[in-house]
Design a protein around this ligand. Structure first.
Ligand code: ZN
Length: 237
């Protein structure tokens, strides 16, 4: 497992596998919220939401650590492709990965071993990317009250409780470690919709409030539509 910076403030660093991370360590102790984006290389809302959040976060007011990986699948991001250019694989089907596997499996393994074990809560930000258009939502595991409570606090217009978390996802690797989680979807379709960027920025902050890392109650703009059940909408997660 990666050793995190101990001093309060903002830290930019790279993991041994060369995954770029930004951590904001609070002045007081508290939980670690892990947030990732860019599992798919053509999704940008979460990347931008993470950068804007860490830049505006006051470490002096924070309890615990906001640990972020803004662009998890950097090779795909650089190639402007959904999938990893070395093997053409969907990174969101490779978790928990293998140390001696394909490029995508190795990347999944590195994130699973270096980053996920730090998390008291895990949020993975997805969207429709360039090719797809998705509803803006937060998804959780219906049977996990920690995920459901976090989804209610997130402030998304739609929250979806899934009875089954399919294997291979970042969130299934988190689940295997006992870490509660949420994922998002957003419109995508080749641009960053301002409302989706706002949803993600507000959602990260709301989660920190929900977890006791920041003062104040989560800001919920409107009661969410609540969906339950299986559905292939989780495709991109
Ligand atoms: Zn995605």
């Amino acid at each position: 497992m990666l050793c995190l910076p101990a001093a309060p403030g903002l830290h930019r660093f790279r993991s041994p596998f060369d995954i770029a991370a930004i951590a904001v360590r609070g002045a007081a102790d508290g939980p670690t919220l892990l947030v990732s984006a860019g599992v798919h290389g053509d999704e940008y809302e979460g990347v931008r939401a993470i950068f804007e959040t860490v830049e505006s976060l006051d470490a002096g007011a924070l309890r615990g650590t906001l640990l972020t990986v803004p662009v998890l699948n950097y090779p795909a991001h650089r190639a402007v492709t959904r999938h990893h250019p070395a093997d053409g694989a969907n990174l969101a089907r490779q978790f928990p990965g293998r140390a001696d596997g394909t490029a995508s499996e190795q990347l999944a393994h590195a994130f699973s071993t270096d980053f996920l074990p730090h998390a008291d809560f895990y949020l993975d930000l997805h969207s429709g990317g360039i090719r797809f258009a998705m509803p803006s939502m937060a998804g959780y595991e219906a049977a996990d009250p920690r995920g459901r409570a976090a989804a209610e606090a997130f402030g998304a217009p739609v929250i979806w409780g899934h009875p089954v978390i399919e294997p291979g996802r970042t969130i299934s690797a988190a689940r295997a470690l006992g870490i509660p989680f949420l994922y998002t979807e957003a419109r995508g379709a080749g641009r960053i919709h301002p409302e989706d960027l706002l949803m993600m920025r507000r959602g990260i902050t709301n989660l920190m409030r929900h977890l006791g890392m920041l003062d104040g109650a989560p800001e919920i703009p409107a009661p969410p539509r609540r969906l339950q059940g299986i559905g292939n909408i989780g495709r991109a997660a």
